[in-house]
Design a protein around this ligand. Structure first.
Ligand code: KG4
Ligand code: ZN
Length: 338
């Protein structure tokens, strides 16, 4: 079964053709990041306009790179939530138009579920159940993936997402948007023990995260150094901050795995490209004898191949939509459509 999939939840317009949930025939991503860099973050209005311009050529390219036409496609999958509403609407309306014109079934896909599904593309043997750490620019969740379309949230952030905290700390140090990637690189040359940062905990919720206090602590250190006219120890600050964020993620994730008795661990989302997160989890999982699956770095960020992967399993579960489908800015990952 071939699915044409579309993603436009944030600042990437993407389309892909995916076979049986695991085989990527094409995957095209048009990134707007260079334009948003000028403003230090994603400007929603600009994102929507660029999606509207890019969607037709991106979908056309995905079909042509896969060597197929719409008549070879069996279903159309689209990210419908969560994300920037104006951005999501471009993909959803385009997919609805295609579905109406071709009569092909329309499969709505949750963005975070699709991040999890990026692992099905990379690891053909991976099947639920497993425990997944979903860490992106907007979300930080520990999710029990009981089945392809059945999830349970075990823990989540009470304030900032991990990616958001990385981006804000990086921006305060003068790094361009999205700063998480650069902070990760700069941290490689720093001393993680140079600064002691807090490890915020949420009372009575051992699997939940809180990153805003940690972010404020590092921003205060940066402001203090700037006020004193000192040169910013950017590498040391980055290394200490990265160590603290990753420590919180790894500690809670492993505790949840141990308490739930799960020994297959998976990561997903943009922040799972973080090199320290990857190396620390690899080390800890080796020690404990857990199986660990992580998407390759090129599948960590937003793309449409992962939407086609999750779309396949949503289709098999009969989670289809009609022309009344709307985009939704916020939606829990464990929400099931009627
Ligand atoms: O999943 P994603 O591409 O988009 C959302 O759904 O939000 O995640 C983007 C986030 C950004 O905050 C970006 O800075 C962060 O992932 N990110 C990283 C790294 N690569 C991307 N954060 C830390 N280290 C990285 N290497
Ligand atoms: Zn994402």
């Amino acid at each position: 079964m071939k699915i044409l999939s579309i993603e436009s939840s944030c600042d990437e317009t993407a389309a892909a053709v995916v076979e049986n949930g695991r085989g990527v025939l094409s995957s095209v991503v048009a990134s707007q990041v260079e334009e948003h860099k000028l403003y230090g973050g994603v400007v929603p209005e600009i994102a929507s306009r660029r999606h509207a311009e890019a969607i037709n050529p991106v979908v056309t390219q995905a079909l042509s790179e896969a060597g197929v036409t719409l008549s070879d496609i069996d279903a159309i999958a689209v990210t419908y939530a969560p994300g920037l509403i104006g951005a999501l609407l471009v993909g959803v309306n385009f997919a609805k138009g295609l579905s109406l014109a071709t009569g092909l079934p329309l499969v709505p896909v949750h963005h975070l579920r699709s991040h999890i599904a990026s692992n099905y593309i990379a690891h053909k043997e991976l099947k639920p159940p497993f425990l997944c750490l979903v860490v992106s620019g907007g979300h930080s969740h520990i999710v029990m993936v009981e089945d392809y379309t059945k999830m349970k949230v075990i823990g989540k952030t009470r304030d900032d997402a991990a990616g958001e905290a990385f981006d804000k700390a990086a921006r305060t140090m003068g790094m361009p948007y999205p700063g998480g990637i650069m902070l990760d690189k700069v941290a490689e040359n720093g001393n993680k023990d140079a600064f002691t940062l807090p490890r915020p905990k949420v009372n009575d919720a051992p699997y939940d995260f809180s990153f805003s206090g940690l972010k404020t602590a590092v921003i205060n250190l940066i402001h203090n150094a700037k006020q004193k006219g000192n040169e910013l120890p950017v590498a040391d600050l980055s290394a200490s901050f990265r160590w603290a964020v990753v420590d919180c993620l790894v500690t809670n994730f492993l505790k949840a795995a141990e308490d739930l008795g799960v020994n297959t661990l998976v990561t997903a989302g943009g922040v799972s490209a973080n090199s320290l997160l990857r190396s620390r989890l690899t080390e800890e999982c080796n020690k404990k004898g857990y199986k660990l699956y992580m998407p390759p770095k090129e599948l960590c960020g937003d793309n449409a191949a992962m939407v086609g992967a999750q779309g396949y399993y949503e289709y098999l579960d009969n989670n289809l939509a009609d022309m009344s489908l709307n985009a939704t800015a916020t939606l829990p990952i464990d929400f099931n459509r009627e």
